[in-house]
Design a protein around this ligand. Sequence first.
Ligand code: SF4
Ligand code: SF4
Length: 96
Amino acid sequence: MKEKKAGWKELPEGDVLEGASSLKFRTGNWRNRRPVHISERCINCFICWVSCPDGAVKVDSETGKFGHFDYDFCKGCGICAYECPKKAIEMVDDEG
Ligand code: SF4
Ligand code: SF4
């Protein structure tokens, strides 16, 4: 007699935890390079802020200017450095 294969509904779920859980995944620990901000060159255009896929570029709420990188979530992709029109972000090796 032919064995019946499991249907897709019987397959175990893979790596599904819960909804809206992105803040629990500290993607910063994937990083082997990190962005460094060079404030003297920055014109606060926020192209880096718009470009970052992880929301890891933070604006200083008091000055309304570039604030910092959130290294808990920055995964070192380098898009911000690539897009910056003033070369005000440099990617360096991440020793940590
Ligand atoms: S893209 Fe470059 S110049 Fe514009 S805010 Fe970011 S670091 Fe500053
Ligand atoms: S390196 Fe990538 S993840 Fe990190 S701040 Fe720049 S764009 Fe965002």
